[in-house]
Write a new protein. Structure first.
Length: 360
C-alpha cells in the first residue's frame, strides 16, 4: 500500500481539523496515496499519549527532529504559533519532508522573505489558505473566468469575527506581537488579501490602518493583573490590483453578533456576492436579468460531496489537504489553485506595510 505518513506539529483546534481531514479522506475519496497519521509532536506528551494512539498516531514526541528522522513520515503539517513556523519549515526542508503549513508562513513578511531564501521555489510545500478551496470561491473564480459579470470594477471583502470583544478574555499567543506578529490583520486579514490576489491578480497598491479597541487584558485566566495589547483587533484597507480592480478589505475580531466573511464583486454586467460563513454558492445578479447555465469548476471534486459534508469550514480544509495528497502523488491538476509559501509572503509584506503605517 502506498502511504503518505504525516507528522502533525501541535494539538490545537487547527491541528485537530487537519487530523479529521486526513482520517476522513480515505473514506470519502479514492486516493492514489493513503494519508497516515504517523507522529504527533506536542509539548504535552504524557497528557496526550493515550489520546494520540486512539486517533491513530504511531508515535508521540516533544522533539520535532526526532519525528523528522522517522522513515514513516514523509510530510509535516505545521499547526503552531506563527513565530515557530520558520524554524519548523527549515527543519522539514533539512530532512526532505513535504510541508503543509498553516497561515501565515511566519509572524512577518520580512521574516518570511528571509525564510524563502532557504526554501527552493520548487520544494513540495503548500500553505493553508483554505478559502481558495471554499466551494463559493471556486464558483466565483470560474464565473469570473467565463466573464459572466463583464469587466470587474470593484471588490469588497469583509471578514468579521467576534471572539475578542470581551476584555476579560486573557492573553494568548494570538495576542502577542512577538508570537503572532499582528492581530486581526495577521490572523484573518491574510485570508482576505489572498482571496483578492487569487481572484484578481497581484495587488499594485494598498493603504489602510489598524486599531486596538481593547488595549489591555488579564495576563491569564482569572488573573487580576493586566498586560498591554500591542496587536490590532480591527483593520481596514483599500487596494488597487495591477489589472485596475479597486476595492476594500475590513477585518475584525470584535464584531460581536456580526460574524461573516462576505465577498462582493461588481462588474460591468452585474455582480456576485457570497458569505463564506454559510453560502456554498455565490448569488449572481445580472443587469440583463435571468440566469444562464452556470459553469461548474472541475476542482469542485476536491470537496466532500453533500452526503459526506462536515460543514463548509471543515470541508474547505479537507479539500485543501486532498489537493496536497494528490500533489505528493504527482497529480498536476489545478496547480494554479495551490497556495504557496510565496503567496503567503506576498500578502504578509502587504500586512507589514499597513502595520508600519499605523504605528508611525
Amino acid at each position: 500500500m502506498n502511504t503518505l505518513g504525516f507528522t502533525i506539529v501541535g494539538f490545537g483546534t487547527i491541528a485537530k481539523t487537519h487530523m479529521v481531514a486526513l482520517r476522513t479522506l480515505p473514506i470519502i475519496k479514492k486516493l492514489p496515496l493513503t494519508p497516515v497519521l504517523d507522529t504527533l509532536v506536542t509539548r504535552r506528551t504524557d497528557e496526550l499519549s493515550d489520546q494520540a494512539k486512539q486517533i491513530g498516531f504511531s508515535f508521540v514526541t516533544a522533539d520535532l527532529e526526532e519525528a523528522l528522522l522517522r522513515d514513516h513520515t514523509q510530510a509535516v503539517s505545521i499547526c503552531t504559533p506563527n513565530a515557530l513556523h520558520a524554524e519548523q519549515v527549515r527543519a522539514a526542508v533539512k530532512h526532505n519532508k513535504a510541508i503543509y503549513c498553516e497561515k501565515p508562513v511566519t509572524e512577518s513578511g520580512e521574516r518570511t522573505k528571509a525564510l524563502l531564501q532557504d526554501v527552493p521555489s520548487t520544494y513540495p510545500a503548500q500553505l493553508a489558505f483554505v478559502f481558495r478551496y471554499h466551494p463559493a470561491v471556486m464558483h466565483i473564480r470560474e464565473w469570473l473566468k467565463e466573464g459572466l459579470i463583464g469587466e470587474v470594477l470593484q471588490c469588497k471583502v469583509t471578514y468579521l469575527r467576534s471572539g475578542y470583544l470581551n476584555a476579560a478574555r486573557p492573553v494568548s499567543w494570538r495576542l502577542s506581537d512577538s508570537m503572532s506578529g499582528g492581530g486581526a490583520i495577521t490572523d484573518i486579514g491574510v485570508h482576505a488579501l489572498d482571496l483578492v490576489r487569487h481572484l484578481f491578480g497581484d495587488i499594485a497598491s494598498i493603504d489602510g490602518k489598524t486599531h486596538t479597541f481593547v488595549p489591555e487584558r488579564p495576563s491569564a485566566a482569572g488573573a487580576s493583573d493586566h498586560v498591554s495589547i500591542k496587536v490590532d483587533d480591527w483593520a481596514t484597507m483599500t487596494f488597487e490590483t495591477a489589472k485596475g480592480v479597486l476595492g476594500q478589505v475590513e477585518v475584525s475580531r470584535i464584531a460581536f453578533g456580526s460574524d461573516a466573511f462576505r465577498i462582493e464583486v461588481v462588474g460591468s454586467k452585474g455582480s456576485m456576492t457570497a458569505d463564506l460563513e454559510k453560502d456554498k454558492l455565490p448569488q449572481l445578479h445580472l443587469l440583463a436579468g435571468g440566469i444562464p447555465v452556470l459553469p461548474v469548476p472541475k476542482e469542485i471534486e476536491l470537496l466532500p460531496d453533500e452526503k459526506a459534508t462536515l460543514g463548509v469550514f471543515q470541508d474547505s480544509h479537507t479539500a485543501a489537504l486532498h489537493h496536497f495528497v494528490l500533489r505528493q502523488a504527482g497529480d498536476t491538476r489545478w496547480n494554479d489553485l495551490t497556495p504557496t509559501l510565496q503567496d503567503g509572503c506576498a500578502v504578509e509584506l502587504l500586512v507589514d506595510q499597513i502595520i508600519a503605517r499605523s504605528n508611525s
